[in-house]
Design a protein around this ligand. Sequence first.
Ligand code: HT7
Ligand code: ZN
Length: 870
Amino acid sequence: PKVNYLSDYQPPNFAIGSVYLEFDLQPLATRVTNRMLLTRMAAGALHLDGENLQLISVTLDGLEVTNQCLIDENGLQLMTDKDQFELVVVTEIAPQSNTALEGLYRTSNNYCTQCEAEGFRKITYYLDRPDVLSVFTTKIIADKSENRYLLANGNMVESGDLADGKHYAVWLDPHKKPCYLFALVAGNLEKITDTYTTVEGREVRLEIFVEPRNIDKCDHAMQSLKRSMQWDEQRFGLIYDLDIYMIVAVDDFNMGAMENKGLNVFNSKFVLAQPATATDVDYEGIEAVIGHEYFHNWTGNRVTCRDWFQLTLKEGLTVFRDQEFTADMLSPSVKRIEDVKRLRSNQFPEDAGPMAHPIQPQSYIEMNNFYTMTVYEKGAEVVRLYHTLLGESGFQKGMQLYFARHDGQAVTVQDFRQAMADANAVDLAQMHNWYVQSGTPHLQVTAEYYPETKTFTLTCKQSQPQTKDFVPLLLPIGFGMLDQHGQPLILEPTFESAAHVELRSNTHAILRMTQLEQKFTFMDVSSPPVPSLLRGFSAPVKLHFEYSNADLALLAAADEDSFVRWEAMQTLLLRTIQSKVSALQSGSELALSNEVLDVAKALLEDEQLDAALVAMTLSLPELGYIGEQYQEVDVDAIYQAHHWLESQLAHGLQSQWLAAYQRCQNNGPYQYDKIQIAQRMLKNVALSYLGALPENQALVASQYQLQQNMTDVLAALRIMLVHQHAAAQDAMQDFYQRWQEDNLVVDKWFALQAQTQNAQAVETLAVLLQHSDFSLKNPNRVRSLLGVFSRLNLVGFHRADGKGYQMVSEQICLLDALNPQIAARLLAPFTHWKRYDVKRQSLMRAALQEILQREGVSKDVYEIASKSLA
Ligand code: HT7
Ligand code: ZN
């Protein structure tokens, strides 16, 4: 397959001033008439992208030229020496047969589109690239009884009835846009409506469309949308620019949501919620994704990407914005820790594996494979670096200049950096290195205390072992010092260090690292301090510093930075698990240290602390993150060590867990607010430790039976399953009976079973694959069963006889023929084969080879499988 390179970028040789699309919707033969006004920008033939289209006719300025067009599987080529002309292309497509869910497809008998990244070419012949911006008018014609609503981007300018039971609507989007932002939806939906008045006093109509059975689950999404609009005005000064904002929720969707101008299409998972059916995590996810897509209206739509290599320009920036939104709505400390956990568990492994790429990739075979944790989450961390370096007001100045310069344009990551630099009159050229180097950087810190001079020196070294010719990054290190009693120390940098130390308060500084090795010295330090490093996780690096367990206990108890407190306790827990892994491997015994128990006890008993932070601090590191610490992952030992520490903490702190559980009970109605979320979080962490002890089975069962809200119900159910409580199977059946009509809850039922690690995990998977509710055609269902099993069920997926690999790889092959995008994503766990023992390595490689050699393998799957075997 063809490889696309960033270095090959050429501007388009034609512009499309306006485009008028007419859709005559039929499930098996939709006719698309595409009328474009083209203007030549440079010499050469006109090449329009197009895939899987049935060409009916091509007309140039009224003359049929169909026979003069060269057609191949990638598009249509036409020679013309005209500089300005109208081209009308008529094609036919079959949305009903489109299982890839890209282009125009059917979901629950409705029509819907997904065009990013390169899906518009499956609708009509076009210059399908983000730097071709045009004004779109869309006419939709469809059967009226089956398609009550006909929706497209912009404002509806005309509608009416036609013969044969049909009707039509015409939509005009006045904002020039690339075709990846085009959307069309038609079907028998229902809507809720509301309004938002902008700071300028303009009223915007808000509409959320869903399938009729879901109409009572849209309120949280609507409130989230209004909060997003208000937040973007207040924090970024950005105001919505159309008279209407529509969201449509569909059940069959490849990703989370899509920011099409004025007509977002969402995976129903990120719209529908009621306390009985959605957890706190779901509620937070909905608010975040609604925010994310809304924020794209400026960062992505008004200013878009020049080419797909710039994807992080819109995605990294918009993820940063949605992270800040959630932080402002809920708790900044909790949100920061959640994001760091996500990055470490998902992006760090990607960056260490065969698919590692810089946030600005240099080449791709299939662009859909580059909607990655690296481009999104590491990209957001890089945007956060600008924010950390420039501060909120400097960052906002940069944003304003960025919009002033580039509104209505398709630009690059360099343009963004230049705006940040120019607005603040600083040189940010070194930030470029974050965009072009892959791999997680290591930050090695050593410290020296000099009693004679009362100075304290940190020596910091940055490196990236897998990157050839690594060049140093501009790396801000959040920093403070504690004395041996946990009191913060006043920071006094020496004259030589002062230029690289930015004091943010008496006790907190940003150390600005620009070289491979750099020293920072502080004066008037009366005794050896404990350094608090990388506060707020100020850069996406792996920090190495030789803390003693006593230092970690001190930081966990006393540092002013909540991320550092969390991190210190997590490191203590991780070290304990690692010691147990070694003990298991060498056949020796290990007892839990009092240090760990004492810090945990103190945290649990301190009722003044934020319950959410306590819950997160005392949750064990995830299995995937523990595995990350090893060159070779010993699946069984890690799983056993994790289990062992859980029961040690459960036993050692049983009365404290019970007290916390009772303290956090709330019998009032469910609210999605910071206090209640924190209470439920700690309550359920406490219950999960208690549930590890057989004597607490009744307590867990009673939480399930109370059926207070989905957060509590699902937590109880998970604990019952994990610890094989007597009531587990009955509860699972009851759950299914109750919710079998609700797709999103049935997804949870599949996911729960898929992640339960026991000797029968593979057999359970086999049974679930045969379940009448399982379907390879629905991406949510695939993710909840196969995705969860292969990512989270270490014991099942990596079963020594290779049955786990075999079962998943067979499904990937079947799925590749239906939906290559989702099939390729399911390959991720296989790509890390180098991290396992020789026997598992060869089983995983064999699975990859088989997938790769299949006849008709898609380019999506080909790219991932071949790169991971290379
Ligand atoms: N910009 C979108 C990215 C996207 C996508 C969305 C839905 C289905 C397929 C897709 N391919 C790419 C989502 C976002 O980041 O907001
Ligand atoms: Zn996005």
